[in-house]
Every structure is written in structure tokens, then in C-alpha cells.
Design a protein around this ligand. Structure first.
Ligand code: IVH
Length: 690
């Protein structure tokens, strides 16, 4: 056998084993034997660099870490699908479909599990994986090709039996199975890294990592549920059974893609719904999360005829499961003091299994809520986990209430520092106003270090608590003074972890101004507001010296944020913290973005837009994304340079200014026309839109 033949054979075998292991869950060789095959292939490829190819299993993890993901435009927009929790609405869906297809037989439906993960799209050209992207805003996503290549259940190459099958787009869901998720969180907890709230967040966070080598260590998996050929007519001519979505799922499975084995085809909506009910009962038995079922018209030709509304295709509906409930005993009500001093009551529960995880705490929101539901320590309660993560107490089973329970009373002093709690007239929350309350200090430091703020890996609750207890830090400003000796002397912290932590601290010095502002934990200043403020001022000095009037002139910044920000920086304690950070070498700036090349050939290249008022069909973000996807730019203030002002309802001063300067004004209808007529030519793959 020539080296070329041996290499080809090894690749084939390894692909087959990957498929058996990751897709079929039916491995036939040991990990050891697998590693031997892989090593042999690696050394042969090293000896014959001319024989290396992009779809070799040795090439899953490659390339240097990126600094950001390039944007990509989806050739077929990734629309969302309409959701329902209600069987009557599923029947309405069926009726609408049949009304639109009066001249044909009633359509068959395919029912699939709705995987609770992250939607991705992959393009194969000449059988090779060319690119992969996140959904993004549906029009434009992030190019995450390198990360998707690391998912071993996704083929890097597929057989092409016919030229019509050479270029395809597939879509699916990247997810983490429960066991892998729990293991990952266990490891993170040992390393004192912030935990992921659920498998979906963990999958999303993993795909957003800029270093593919790190992604490869996350045990991500995928299911593919959508297939479009670039040349649909030719593909259908080559194989007419591919008119059926169900057959497409089989085609996908036959070409090495992970297709979910639980998809079924039904002749009537009633049978389809029965199948949905079955899974609503059985879903806890699955090793991954699903949040409902998806019902699709089987015929692809009919799908195309049905087309889509602006928001979602008409041939598919998601039947979402209702939140699951569990019954347990509420042992006690604890009070938790957050970083802004808000005191939140928390239910301490008899641990109970709900939706695959053990729940022992649930939020009770505030005193009013507890009163309204009359929740008492000792009660038997129903808890629910909705689409989101934090379980809540929804109802008390009064028939089970013991005789000696007492209504809940909010104490008048902080459970941590003892200072008097304050209740303002404007909010239900009760606050500890002692800014040096140890609970607040700890929560503020944790927030500063958290992933969405300064992202200091290894600086979690356990480390923070020890450092505070030892008196090594007192506020955020002290983090950067920590030494290797101080850190490695901490319990459960070796020299290696100390070095890692110092490295993360050092790396965080370059975090941009928006993250610093968010990390400082200023009341009302969330990530979005921080970004707007940072984009306007670009340096921390400028923010510190801004007065409320200049602040409210920034888009999306209202008086509450402006005042809170001004008050924060008026406080000498906070100014001192920023001074310490500057002294430690933090940059705390937001560099100006590189100017875009004036004409990149996109329909709206070089055009400057200002959005004002409320649009009916687009949020600000969506409108901005649409404009940017076509090469345009959105700015906040109207000037002579502005090309268009898009004016929704209740437009105010910006509309007036446009009039004064003679800038073109578009209403929503005109704006939409511009997006459509200036849109790139729809490709053959594009689904029909209204
Ligand atoms: S079909 C045009 N099928 O659910 C095709 N989506 O809430 C539209 N999802 O964005 C998607 N499992 O991320 C489809 N079997 C499945 C799915 C599925 C999960 C996700 C997908 C979609 C979201 C809609």
C-alpha cells in the first residue's frame, strides 16, 4: 500500500469511528486503538505534507485564536419560527396551511424534537465543510467555522454522488448533553470559574470562545435538521424523493450528519400532536434538553409555496412544552444581599429533582411577592422552571400547611452588617445602604471579575471570600496589587493556580471601557448602557467628568442612568477606586473603530443613517443590524453628513433637525422598501418572503 492509500484508508476508518462514537453512540473500538490510528495518521501526514487535506480528521482543531468573529451574511435568512403552547393553536396552524394549499391533498407533517441549544448554519462546497455561522440577528451571524470544525459529530467532508449535491447548506442545533454539562461545571467549580446556568448557555458560551483549541475541549454535539441544495431544481431532478423533508433527514443521516433519530412523519395533525404529547411525558429520559417539538410540512415544494411572513416560515410551528413543576418543602427563607445592597429573600428548599437538575434554592423576588402568595417557612410549595434558569416558587399548597407557621416578616436590619434596611417609595426592593457591608463588597468584586465584565478567569466566589477574609483586598481597586506569594498562600491554591490567576488579572487590564463601566456595578448601568456610554466618551476620564445633561443626550441613556452615573463618580471613594485601577495599568479606553472602506460594493456602503422614534416592525437593534448588513452605518446625531433619518412614531428633535438640514427622511414603509430593493439579489436557495 502506498502512503497515499494508507492515509486515505486511515482517514476513512477514523471518520467511521467518529461517526459510530459521536453520532450513533455505538463505538466498536477502544479509545486506545482509536488513538493509535490517529497517531499513525498524524505521523504519515507529517512525513507527507503534500498529502494533507482540509477534511482530514487530524485537522479539526487548527488555526490561531481570533480576536473577533468576522460577520457573515446568511444567503437564506435564518428566520425564527412561531411558537405556541396551545394545542388549539397547532390546529389553527394546520387549518392555515390547508387553506393556503386548497388545490392539493392535505399535507403530511414531520415532527421533530426541538433541541434546546444554539442554532448554526454550515455550508459545504464540493463536499467540503467551507464555513459555519451562528444565527446572529437572522440576517447576519458570526463566522465560527474554526469552532464548528472541532465538533466531532459534524462531518468535515461528505460524499458527493451527483454534481447537484455538491453545494449545500445545512442547519442544526449545537448542544451539550446533560452529563457533559455537569462534568464541565464540576471542573469549573473546582477551578473557581463562574458556572454556566444551563446546558444551552454553556454551548453558546463555548461557541463564542475565540480559541478553537479551548472549544475542542468542550464536549459539544450537534443535530442537523435542515438541508437546502444550492441548486434545488437540479437536486430534485437527480433524486425526486428529496421533495420530502423526512427523506432529507434520511439523506443527512446517510451522508454522515447527526440527524435526530426521533423524527417521525404523520398524515394528520392529530397524530402529529399525539406524538408531541408522548415526548412531553418522556422528555426527562433524554440525555439532552428539549423545550418542545417542531412540526413541519413534509413536502419541500409545498414549504416553498407556503413561503414566509416577515418573521417566520408558514410551514413550521414550534409546540413548546409548559414549564415543569415539582412539589417540595420550603424549609426556610434566607436573605441575600446583592452588590447594590438590594436584599432578596431566597427559599431554602428540601432538594428536589426538576427538569434534570437538583433544586435546593429558589428566588422569592421581594417581600410583596411573598405576602401576595402568602409563602411561609414550613410550607409545601410548587416550584417551576420556565424557559429560563432560576427556579421560582409559584404557589403554596395550603392544604399541607402545618398549624404553627408564621407569615414572613422582612427584618429591619441587614442580616450581614446589621445596618438599618431602607425601603424607598419608588421600588419594592429593600436595601442595605452601607456600601462597605461585607456582602455587598464581595458581590461587587465577583461582579467585576465575572465573565461579562472583566472576565477574570479563576476569580470566583471562593477566592474572593478568602481574600476578603484575609484582609488582602478591600475593594475592586486592590485586585491588581495581589502578589504571587499572597495568592499561593491561600487555601486550595497552588503556585500554578496563582500564576494562572495573575495571568488572567494581567490580561484583564486591556479590557475595554464598556466592560470596566459595567464591572464597576453602577446602579442602572447594564451592559448595553455601558456600551453606549463608552462609545460616546471613549475614556474613563471623560465619563467621570460628564454631567447629567451631556449624558442624557446619548441615545438610550435616560435620566435615571445619567443621574446614577454622575452620583457614582461624584463619590470620592469611587474616584479613588478608579485611580487605583489606573495606577495598576488598566487602559479603560475604547479605541476608535477602524474606518470602514468607503465603498465595499454593498448596497448601502458609505451611507449614514440615524434612527429616531419607534418602528413597528423592527427594534433599534434589528434595524441597525439590517442597515449594517447592507454596508450602511448608524450614528446617533443628525448632521450634514447624515444620508437618511429613519423616523418611526413619536420622532422628536432629530426629525426636526433633519428638516432643518435638508436630510432625507424615511418612514417605516420607505425604509423597508430600501432594505428590500437594495437587498442582494435573492439566490436560488432563498425561500420566498412576503
Ligand atoms: S426548524 C427554517 N427544527 O428552535 C427552519 N428548529 O425557536 C427553522 N430548533 O431557531 C428551524 N430544534 O434554533 C427547527 N428540530 C428543529 C429544531 C429547531 C431546535 C431551534 C432553532 C430555531 C428555534 C426556533
Amino acid at each position: 500500500m502506498t502512503p497515499a492509500e494508507r492515509i486515505e484508508r486511515l482517514r476513512r476508518e477514523i471518520r467511521e469511528h467518529d461517526h459510530r462514537y459521536f453520532v450513533l453512540a455505538d463505538p466498536i473500538i477502544s479509545d486506545y486503538d482509536y488513538d493509535l490510528l490517529m497517531k499513525e495518521l498524524q505521523s504519515l501526514e507529517a512525513a507527507h505534507p503534500d498529502l494533507i487535506s482540509a477534511d482530514s480528521p487530524t485537522h479539526r482543531v487548527g488555526g490561531a485564536p481570533l480576536s473577533a468573529f468576522p460577520p457573515v451574511r446568511h444567503p437564506i435568512p435564518m428566520l425564527s419560527i412561531s411558537n405556541t403552547y396551545d394545542t388549539a393553536e397547532v390546529r389553527d396552524f394546520d387549518r392555515r396551511v390547508r387553506d393556503l394549499l386548497v388545490d392539493t391533498d392535505p399535507p403530511a407533517y414531520v415532527v421533530e424534537l426541538k433541541i434546546d441549544g444554539v442554532a448554526v448554519s454550515l455550508r459545504y462546497e464540493d463536499g467540503l465543510l467551507k464555513s459555519g455561522a451562528t444565527r446572529g440577528d437572522g440576517v447576519q451571524g458570526d463566522d465560527i467555522t474554526a469552532n464548528l470544525r472541532t465538533i466531532r459529530s459534524l462531518p468535515l467532508g461528505i460524499p458527493v454522488e451527483h454534481p447537484a449535491f455538491a453545494r449545500v447548506e445545512v442547519r442544526g442545533e449545537v448542544y451539550l448533553p446533560h452529563t457533559r454539562f455537569e462534568k464541565m461545571n464540576r471542573l469549573r467549580s473546582e477551578r473557581d470559574e463562574p458556572l454556566f446556568a444551563n446546558p444551552r448557555n454553556a454551548a453558546a458560551g463555548s461557541l463564542k470562545l475565540l480559541d478553537p483549541r479551548q472549544v475542542a475541549e468542550r464536549p459539544l454535539q450537534a443535530f442537523i435538521y435542515f438541508l437546502r441544495f444550492e441548486d434545488e431544481p437540479a437536486a430534485l431532478a437527480a433524486n425526486s424523493t428529496l421533495d420530502s423533508h423526512y427523506r432529507r433527514l434520511e439523506w443527512l443521516a446517510g451522508h454522515g450528519f447527526p440527524a435526530n433519530p426521533n423524527s417521525r412523519r404523520f398524515d394528520t395533525i392529530e397524530n402529529a400532536m399525539t406524538y408531541c404529547d408522548e415526548w412531553e411525558q418522556k422528555r426527562d429520559a433524554l440525555p439532552y434538553d428539549i423545550d418542545g417539538m417542531v412540526i413541519k410540512v413534509d413536502s419541500v415544494r409545498l414549504q416553498e409555496r407556503l413561503g414566509a411572513t416577515l418573521k417566520s416560515p408558514r410551514w413550521v410551528v414550534a409546540y413548546k412544552f409548559k414549564a415543569r413543576r415539582a412539589v417540595t418543602k420550603l424549609k426556610d427563607i434566607h436573605l441575600q444581599v446583592g452588590r447594590t445592597g438590594v436584599v432578596t429573600p431566597v427559599a431554602i428548599l428540601e432538594p428536589v429533582l426538576l427538569a434534570g437538575s437538583t433544586i435546593s434554592r429558589a428566588t422569592l423576588h421581594n417581600e410583596d411577592e411573598i405576602r401576595r402568595k402568602d409563602i411561609r417557612a414550613g410550607d409545601t410549595v410548587f416550584i417551576e422552571k420556565g424557559g429560563d434558569v432560576i427556579p421560582k416558587v409559584v404557589e403554596v399548597d395550603l392544604s399541607q400547611r402545618p398549624a404553627d407557621t408564621q407569615p414572613f416578616d422582612m427584618p429591619s436590619t441587614c442580616p450581614v452588617c446589621g445596618s438599618t434596611l431602607v425601603r424607598s417609595d419608588t421600588e419594592v426592593a429593600v436595601r442595605c445602604e452601607n456600601t462597605v457591608c461585607p456582602a455587598q463588597v464581595q458581590a461587587r468584586i465577583e461582579h467585576f471579575a465575572s465573565r461579562d465584565a472583566m472576565d477574570i478567569d479563576g476569580f470566583g466566589p471562593a477566592v474572593t471570600e478568602q481574600l476578603l477574609a484575609e484582609g488582602l483586598i478591600h475593594d475592586i481597586g486592590d485586585l491588581y496589587t495581589l502578589t504571587r506569594e499572597q495568592l499561593s498562600a491561600l487555601e486550595r491554591m497552588g503556585e500554578k493556580s496563582a500564576d494562572n490567576l495573575l495571568r488572567s488579572l494581567d490580561a484583564s487590564k486591556n479590557q475595554t471601557l464598556d466592560r470596566v463601566l459595567f464591572g464597576l456595578g453602577i446602579q442602572h448601568v447594564g451592559e448595553r448602557a455601558a456600551r453606549q456610554i463608552a462609545t460616546h466618551f471613549r475614556s474613563v476620564e471623560a465619563v467621570m467628568n460628564a454631567n447629567p445633561e451631556t449624558l442624557v443626550a446619548i441615545p438610550e441613556i435616560g435620566p435615571a442612568i445619567a443621574e446614577s452615573l454622575a452620583r457614582f463618580f461624584h463619590n470620592p471613594i469611587h474616584r479613588a477606586i478608579v485611580e487605583k485601577l489606573r495606577h495598576a495599568g488598566l487602559s479603560m479606553t475604547l479605541p476608535e473603530p477602524a474606518p470602514r472602506p468607503p465603498d465595499t460594493g454593498m448596497p448601502l456602503s458609505g451611507k449614514i443613517f440615524v434612527l429616531t422614534g419607534t418602528l413597528q416592525r423592527y427594534s433599534r437593534d434589528e434595524a441597525t443590524a439590517r442597515i449594517e448588513a447592507l454596508g450602511g452605518r448608524v450614528t446617533s446625531g443628525v448632521s450634514k453628513k447624515t444620508d437618511f433619518v429613519v423616523a418611526g412614531e413619536d420622532s422628536g428633535s432629530k426629525l426636526r433637525k433633519a428638516g432643518e438640514l435638508g436630510v432625507s427622511v424615511l418612514d417605516e414603509e420607505a425604509f423597508e422598501k430600501l432594505l428590500v430593493t437594495d437587498d442582494a439579489q435573492p439566490s436560488q436557495m432563498e425561500l420566498k418572503l412576503d
